[in-house]
Design a binder for this molecule. Structure first.
Ligand code: SF4
Ligand code: SF4
Length: 470
């Protein structure tokens, strides 16, 4: 399978042809999204699932690319239409050097905060198909501006929060982009994979995200464009049968994570916010847990009579995506310090922060399972009315009664999400064990097992009560 994929990647038409296809699909989904608009929240509650664009983007595309990244790596980036747009604009643009603030990683974290706090929880871009389309267009707009100003593939490397999240999850992936033989690179004279001459080719291009294939040890940054594989093959100064050298390589599940690379500060903030985001994603699935989670933000919003949805979204997001995870992250640190550990707070966040990733990934997989299966009943109607306007109205008027999923499917879903979260907890504990061995903080290091215990329990206990009690 891997060999076949590598063979395919060495062909000129692959994956670029997929990018063009996904660009057409992307444009169609934007058009379908703009087709359906409403300000009625009851109507939007149905329209979000009956509009083909909104249904595909939020209930299938987004969950699936995350799951694929967890198991296989950043495969979405391989076919992403925005990559080709930004590459085109960097080819004809100003090609300015990237400033330090952009390279620090904060731009991505801030962009993500804007999307999550204002876009999703302020104006509900995931509920209104028109807003969803405007969001997709905004992403393209930003990619054009960034591509037009800065050199190389700056958007994918330093701005796109989707790729960044996939990069974090791809630390768990079974596969990675590596060279088959480092010796071949050591003796290579042309270094086509990083040669400036090919930087702005659309297909046979050298690496636009500053990677030297022979030095790749992490899955996070490579966008799997296969450009280096093509240049390595096409522009050889001396024929070598062992080229192309870069390729998809089997590295083993979570091996990248077990290398225990510490997070950068901006990356830690990003991971912290996502660790809160996935709590919301899972707890919001059940009205009881959703009520508990939203109790504090709702009480504050009601107490101050806040009617502005953006302000309310900011308050809700700050509590759920910053304060709540911060408390969870801090408990193991405070306990370890109470019993004599000397680890500094920043050191703890950056080193032990990676042990949250397996549980976050498990929660994201669980959400994907819940979302994709719960939307199956809409498929019967969605292709007859792609805008979803008439279907949404008929559902509200009870002219259409959605058929529920079979009970057996619900049981399978319960089993899958329970097992997934348990596996996430076990991998997280394994990461903590390896971190403890690496840093050797003595007996106090046992308190770091509170990370999988506390963070994992937040999901496991909720799922056990919700899915397994009558
Ligand atoms: S990846 Fe290919 S082009 Fe790059 S250094 Fe290695 S052999 Fe040379
Ligand atoms: S290392 Fe190769 S596949 Fe990865 S982003 Fe760079 S050129 Fe593309």
């Amino acid at each position: 399978m891997v060999r076949l994929l590598n063979k395919l990647l060495s062909k000129a038409f692959f994956p670029i042809s997929l990018k063009y296809i996904s660009l057409i699909v992307y444009i169609l989904l934007i058009i379908i999204g703009f087709w359906a608009d409403s300000s009625d929240s009851k109507f939007l509650n149905q329209l979000r699932n009956t509009n083909l664009g909104n249904l595909i983007i939020w209930s299938y595309w987004w969950p699936l690319i995350v799951v694929v990244a967890i198991f296989f790596g950043r495969f979405w980036c391989m076919v992403c239409p925005v990559e080709i747009i930004t590459t085109l604009f960097s080819k004809i643009g100003l090609r300015r050097k990237r400033p330090g603030w952009l390279k620090s990683g904060w731009a991505i974290t801030i962009f993500y905060v804007l999307i999550l706090f204002v876009g999703i929880h302020g104006v509900a871009i995931h509920r209104n198909p028109t807003f969803m389309s405007a969001y997709l267009l905004a992403i393209v707009g930003v990619s054009i501006i960034v591509g037009g100003i800065y050199e190389k593939n700056t958007f994918c490397q330093y701005v796109c929060p989707v790729g960044y999240l996939l990069g974090i999850y791809s630390k768990l992936s079974f596969f990675g982009w590596r060279v088959a033989d480092k010796l071949v690179c050591e003796t290579c004279k042309d270094k086509s994979c990083i040669h400036n001459k090919y930087l702005y080719n659309l297909n046979n291009k050298s690496c636009g995200v500053d990677l030297y294939p022979a030095n790749i040890e992490s899955n996070s940054d490579c966008i799997l464009c296969a450009g280096c594989m093509k240049t390595c093959d096409k522009y050889q100064s001396e024929e070598n049968v062992r080229r192309p050298n870069p390729q998809i390589t089997k590295i083993g599940f979570a091996n990248d994570l077990f290398r225990l690379q510490t997070l950068k500060t901006a990356e830690f903030v990003f991971v912290l916010i996502v660790s809160g985001f996935v709590i919301y994603e899972i707890w919001a699935e059940w009205s009881t847990s959703k009520g508990i989670l939203l109790f504090v933000p709702k009480s504050i919003i009601e107490y101050f009579s806040i009617s502005n949805s953006i302000l309310a979204g900011l308050i809700k997001s700050s509590i759920i995506f910053i304060i709540l995870p911060l408390i969870i992250w801090l408990i193991p640190f405070l306990i370890s310090n109470l019993i004599g550990s000397t680890i500094k707070l920043k050191e703890y966040f950056l080193a032990y922060g990676i042990s949250f990733i397996p549980i976050m990934a498990a929660a994201h997989i669980s959400k994907a399972i819940l979302k994709t299966t719960s939307r199956i009943p809409y498929f019967e109607h969605v292709f007859d009315d792609v805008s979803g306007i008439s279907t949404a109205q008929k559902i509200i008027d009870k002219e259409i009664i959605l058929s529920p999923n079979p009970i057996i499917l619900n049981i399978i879903v319960s089993i899958l999400i329970t097992i997934t979260i348990m596996i996430g907890i076990v991998i997280s504990a394994k990461v903590v064990k390896k971190l403890n061995e690496k840093y050797n903080y003595g007996k106090q290091s046992f308190s770091y097992y509170l990370i999988p215990i506390i963070y994992g329990s937040i999901f496991l206990i909720m799922v056990l009560i919700w899915r397994w009690t009558p």
